[in-house]
Structure formats: C-alpha cells, structure tokens
Design a protein around this ligand. Structure first.
Ligand code: BES
Ligand code: ZN
Ligand code: ZN
Length: 466
C-alpha cells in the first residue's frame, strides 16, 4: 500500500467520513461506527463515493479509529478498489499527529495476508491511498515511522505463520540476521558449543531430542549515546510438542507459533533501528524445538541453570521457562542491561483467565509497570497486572532441587520461576500465549494471522525513554 498526502491522482473512489447525528446525513446512512454505504458512479469519468461512519463524535479515540480504518480497508478490498481518496476528516478534539498515525496503523496492519503456500491465490492488489486534509509539517515522517513498524510486524506475522518444517532454530536465526542487516542493528548467532560454554544447561536440555540444533541470538542497537541499555527477551520455541509430557491432538496443532515472542522482539529491534531512534537496546532469543525421541529430556530430570540454580523438570511441556531462565540471566549478567522485558507464549492458562483480550503483565517494579501501562493506553493494546506475591514461591519448591518447573496457579508460578533469574533488575514479563494470536480476534486490524501485540507498546516505551 502506498500513501500520498498531496498530489492526488484520479481516485476511483472517494471516501467521505461522517459522525453519527451529523446534520448532513440523509436517510440511508446514519454514520454509525464502521457503517459503510457505497454510491456507485455511473459515469466512468467520475469516482464512486463511499460514506463511512465514525460513530459518536465524543466517543471517538485513536483505538476506535484504528479499528474503524481496518473495517474501511476490508470493504475496500472486498470491492477491489485500487486508488482511494480519503477526504478531509473532521478530527474533533483529537490530536492531528496521533490521528494520522492511528489511521495509517489501522490501514497498514489490516493489509496483511499469508499466501505463500497457496498455489492459485497469490493476487495482491497494490493500493494507492490518498489522505487529504492533514497539514502538519511532519506528516511524511509519521508515515515513514508507521510504515517501518507495520512492516516489521507483518514480517513477524510471516515468521509466526511459517510451519515447523520450514522454520526451525537455524532458519529463525537466519531470518533475524537478514532483518538485522536490512534494518541496521548488530546481531550475533551463537551455536551449541558456545551455548554450552556459557553453562546454559536449562536452555540446552530442551533440545536433547532433536537434530534441529538450538541457537542463541544476541542483538544490539546502540544509537543512544551514554543511555542505559534496555533488554528484551523473547521465547523462541519453533515447535513445542510438549516432549514426554506430550500435548493433546488439539494442543499440538498450533505449536509452530511458540516463537511469537522471538518474532516480536525482532520486530521491535527492526522498528527502532529503521526509525533511527536515539536509544540503546539489547535483545536475546534462545531458540530451540521441543520434540520427542529417546534422547529427549524426561520428567524428573534435574538440570543446572546458567545462574547456578538447579531445576527439577517435572513437566517437559513447561519448557519455555527453562529457555527464558538462561536468556534472562545472560542478558542481565553478561549484557549488563539496566531493565528487562520478556515476552513469551508461556502458559495456556493465560487464555483461560482472560481469553484473548488481555495479556497478563507481571513486574517487580511499580514505576516501570506504570510507565508501560501509560504507553499501552495510547497504543490500544490491552494488559492486566497479575500478582508476583512472594507467598507463591513455595508453589515451585522442589524436594530435590532448588526449584521445580511446574506448580498450580500456572501463569503466576511460571512468573515466580522467571523472577528467580532476574533478582532486583526492573523487569516486566508478558505472557502472550493467548494474545500473540487471538481467538476470537480482538482487534479489527489483526484478523489475519498474529496480532503483533506488545510490539507497538514496547517500541513507544523505549523510544519515549523508560
Ligand atoms: N507453549 C506452551 C503454552 C501455550 C499453550 C501457548 C497454548 C499457546 C497456546 C507452553 O510451553 C506450555 O505448554 N505451557 C504449559 C505449562 C504447564 C505445563 C505448567 C501449559 O500451558 O499447559
Ligand atoms: Zn510447552
Ligand atoms: Zn511452549
């Protein structure tokens, strides 16, 4: 999709937007949110007209706008329009910059499909969208910034959609390298011998049953002078069968997406680098696959983490936390970040609690948490805080090791487990098991594939300075 903010060519269709109760509205259209009426032109030299409803003026905010634009684009796609002019919109009380940003986000994030493996449905209509009426001087910068972020998210969606036979740790690392080179951030991929040298037995144990060997992907973007480094960690299971604690048939179907956290971390790095943000960030992905053979790790095994703490593995399907334990410790201890955020498709129970609406958020630092939530209000992504209460620590007590990898109160105990590896470093943990891909879809703009949730919020958080 190409955007133009001036010099409009001959549009095929002109979109007029109205609010509910607008006096100009006549009978067949009420201006309700997402309402669309097409008035076809019978003169081939004149454009068609689309009336588009924005709902009640007082209620409109950027989140509704983002979703409204998604609805509009779906209609445009259905009608196969190529050249679209969106006429000047009455912005009401909303900020012009933020309005434009939300509009373009809604349009670009909706303009996504994964057709790679379809033999005869590859047709893509390249659309030209002319947006009239914005007079701010930095409008092209806004377009550029949002395009870079949307492209990074759509790239992440591609990786998440890619099946396990074609996306395994080595391939994930290869794609990360391509994205790093194209976006302008540093990357290093460590193979097994180096990972062993670092003492990451918790991470390595998950890979014991597969020929697809693990990788530790270490990324860095430093354009922030002497600012502190923020750390990002993403769960990167390219396939999670559960291992000996094998999943059900139903549970096995979607386990190619267990690397969503990794894909989102790569997307955040790409967005920050492409937009040349003045920040310092490091990111780590410990990527592997959890499958089953005679060498696989088994329930009851005891492993030593890089930090030195021992873990009794009572459930081989709780593998994400084993990889994250070493990744979190490594990014804090070796990469010396001052704060860290991890995102992981960690527990199915997150979805039993919130469905796909809210991502559970955990933090050991109120100020960090509050800053995050302030930004999330703007980006329209939904999070809900969960307790990291010390009394839950006993839930992961083991009889034979320093801790075990399961316990009741699944989403919380998973976080208590991770907390053991971050100590006092300000830390946020996001359990995206049910929100990385949403069932049912929550945001109108993410109806195809993964949602991208966390990317825009973390990008803004880092860019605005944490
Ligand atoms: N990757 C899964 C979590 C998951 C489940 C993500 C469904 C997306 C959809 C994770 O590794 C896992 O299996 N977690 C277990 C934890 C349990 C063994 C404590 C789970 O959710 O059952
Ligand atoms: Zn698992
Ligand atoms: Zn998993």
């Amino acid at each position: 999709m190409n955007f133009y903010l001036e010099n409009f060519d001959k549009p095929q269709v002109i979109v007029h937007t109205y609010y509910e109760n607008d006096k100009k509205i006549k009978d067949l259209f009420e201006g309700k949110e997402g309402e669309i009426v097409l008035i076809p032109s019978l003169d081939e030299n004149k454009p068609h007209i689309l009336y588009f409803g924005l709902g009640e003026k007082e209620k409109l905010n950027n989140n509704l706008l983002r979703n409204n634009c998604a609805k509009l684009l779906k209609k445009i796609d259905e009608l196969k329009f190529k050249n679209i002019l969106i006429e000047k919109i009455d912005l009401g009380n909303l900020d012009e910059e933020k309005f434009l940003k939300a509009m373009v986000e809604g349009l670009l994030l909706t303009d996504y499909d994964f057709k790679k493996y379809k033999s005869d449905d590859k047709e893509e209509i390249e659309k030209n969208v002319y947006i009239a009426g914005f007079n701010i001087s930095n409008k092209n910068d806004i377009l550029n910034e949002v395009s870079n972020i949307a492209k990074a998210i759509n790239n992440a969606r591609d990786m998440i959609a890619e099946p396990t036979n074609n996306l395994y740790p080595e391939e994930l690392a290869k794609r990360a390298v391509e994205i790093a080179n194209e976006s302008g951030f540093k990357i290093e991929v460590l193979e097994e011998d180096k990972i062993k040298e670092l003492g990451m037995e918790a991470f390595l144990t998950v890979s014991k049953g597969t020929k697809n060997r693990p990788r530790l992907i270490v990324m860095e973007y430093n354009n922030g002078g002497d600012k502190d480094f923020i750390g990002l960690v993403g769960k990167g299971l390219t396939c999670d069968t559960g291992g000996y604690s094998i999943k059900s048939h139903e549970g096995l179907k979607y386990m190619k997406s267990d690397m969503s956290g990794a894909a989102y971390v790569i997307a955040i790095m790409s967005s920050l680098a492409k937009n040349k943000c003045k920040v310092n960030v490091k990111a780590v992905v410990a990527t592997c696959e959890n499958v089953l053979d005679g060498n696989s790790y088994k329930p009851g095994d005891i492993v030593k983490s890089m930090k030195g703490k021992t873990i009794e593995v009572l459930n081989t399907d709780a593998e994400g936390r084993l990889t994250l334990a070493d990744a979190l410790y490594y990014i804090i201890d070796k990469q010396k970040v001052s704060k860290v955020i991890d995102m992981a498709t960690l527990t199915g129970l997150a979805g039993s609690t919130f469905g796909s609406l809210f991502t559970p958020i955990f933090s050991n630092n109120d100020e960090f948490y509050e800053k995050f939530m302030e930004i999330a209000k703007e980006t329209g992504e939904d999070f809900w805080r969960m307790p990291l209460d010390e009394r839950y620590r006993s839930y992961i007590d083991s009889d034979v090791a320093d801790m075990k990898n399961t316990g009741s109160a699944g989403t919380i105990t998973a976080s208590m487990f991770l907390k053991e590896f971050v100590d006092d470093t300000p830390w946020i943990h996001l359990d995206i098991a049910a929100t990385a891909i949403q069932w049912p879809v929550v945001y109108e703009y993410s109806s195809k594939g993964a949602s991208g949730v966390t990317v825009r919020t973390i990008y803004e958080l880092i860019n605005k300075g944490v």
